[in-house]
Design a protein around this ligand. Structure first.
Ligand SMILES: [Zn+2]
Length: 428
């Protein structure tokens, strides 16, 4: 058992909530940040500030804005190295620029900082070891969440620290499941998104999804699939290709640019041939003329935003909501308060300033990119009784109950930290 006493952990964000993921590690005289995220949407929120000149490295687990969105803040007066995978760097750049475009509030950084972030990146492939100074070893492992996503193993003077990032331990059509070396880990930061909930069997969901799309098209309708640009859109296209879906398929919005980036990273895709075929099968929407064409005949339209918060999905919704032969098919969890969730709860849709009845059929399929409850507990069981756990990235109830269950079921030490909380002198 290695000495944990030299490690200090401060939670800067992303605890008891989803958004603003950020953990500061202080050890061996170095300050290392694990993610530095924002909240997506029009009104941005950032983690607790850090003196960026004192940061020795930032490790970015994946491109999603709730993990990457605040990183440019660190480059206003400093140039700390950013350690991540090449696919994550390119996707993060795309999503950060998009975040800057849609933000209503003035941002504390601009394109100059994003460029500096890129310039100071250190790109690692999975399982490639990187040494920061003499005694700190950093390794990234495939996290199976979105292309390029990683979990992080740090070895600091023999103390092993593992951060799950967002993780999926089951195989999807797009990605290999997470795989990592979890031997003798002393400190664990683990996501809690689905700590209280299991997913229905994946293949069942895929088949039900395909069936709903087929029925819509047979009824001469248009099937709208709102999906996140990075990961979920490509996953949907791969599912369609895997089941040899016949019929017109369209891809719109930023999902197109994300797909283009991913074409350059075959090693981050499970079945690159399937992926290429899936992308070729889809017609890329260029402008409103194409959009009108897409809604004029039966077909499937895959487009952001995944929860109908803006994006071209809202453009299509205007054309399909009143037609009962058309369908709106969700492929991800809809956060309370979002337009996507409102349709599910009330059967009503806001068009312009008016509330209208949703006449199109509505379906919900769980094609999650996060581990469900069973998989999270399977992960916990891989550790030793003297591992210290911190549950992060989940709604308040999830993170608190997850830590409680880790303590009660196994007798392990587990905390659900709050923002700003600092831990040192392990075990406490
Ligand atoms: Zn994520």
């Amino acid at each position: 058992m290695a000495e944990k006493n030299n490690v200090k952990v401060k939670f800067l964000g992303g605890t008891r909530r989803i958004g603003c993921s950020a953990i500061l590690l202080q050890a061996n005289g170095k300050n290392i940040l694990l993610d530095y995220g924002a909240t997506p949407g029009a009104h941005l929120d950032f983690p607790l500030p850090v003196p960026s000149k004192e940061i020795d490295a930032i490790i970015l687990t994946h491109a999603h804005i709730d993990h990457s969105g605040a990183i440019p803040l660190l480059y206003t007066v400093a140039n700390p190295p950013l350690i991540t995978t090449p696919a994550t760097l390119d996707l993060a750049e795309l999503l950060i620029y998009d975040m800057m475009n849609v933000a209503r509030d003035p941002l504390p950084f601009g394109r100059r900082e994003v460029k500096r972030m890129k310039k100071n990146s250190i790109l690692l492939n999975y399982k490639e070891e990187y040494k920061l100074g003499k005694n700190i070893k950093i390794t990234l492992f495939n996290a199976g969440h979105i292309p390029g996503s990683s979990s992080v193993l740090l070895e600091i003077n023999g103390v092993k620290i593992w951060y799950s990032g967002d993780i999926n331990t089951i195989s999807t059509r797009l990605l290999e499941p997470a795989n990592m070396d979890l031997e003798d880990v002393d400190i664990v930061f683990i996501e809690s998104t689905y700590a209280l909930k299991d997913h229905p069997p994946r293949e069942e969901q895929e088949k039900a999804f395909i069936k709903a799309l087929k029925e819509t098209i047979e009824d001469q309708g248009v099937a709208l699939v709102p999906a996140f640009s990075v990961g979920r859109s490509q996953e949907v296209l791969c599912i369609l290709e895997h089941y040899d879906f016949k019929g017109r398929i369209f891809l719109d919005g930023m999902a197109r640019w994300a797909s283009k980036i991913l074409l350059e990273y075959p090693t981050f895709i499970k079945d690159y041939d399937l992926f290429v075929r899936a992308l070729k099968r889809a017609r890329w929407i260029e402008d409103n003329h194409d959009r009108f064409k897409a809604v004029s005949e039966p077909g499937v339209i895959v487009t952001p935003a995944g929860m109908l918060v803006g994006g071209s999905a809202t453009w299509y919704l205007k054309y399909i909501y009143k037609d009962e032969n058309c369908g709106l098919f969700y492929v991800s969890y809809q956060v309370p308060g979002t337009p996507g969730r409102r349709i599910l709860e009330t059967g009503k849709v806001r068009i312009g300033r008016k509330e209208k009845k949703m006449r199109a059929r509505v379906g919900y399929f769980e094609l999650s990119s996060h581990s469900g409850r069973t998989q999270l507990f399977e992960l916990i069981e891989k550790f030793d009784s003297d591992t210290v756990f911190f549950t992060v990235h989940g709604e308040e109830e999830s993170t608190i109950k997850f830590a409680e269950e880790i303590r009660d079921r196994y007798g392990y030490t587990a905390f659900s930290p709050s923002v700003g909380e600092t831990f040192f002198q392990f075990p406490f």
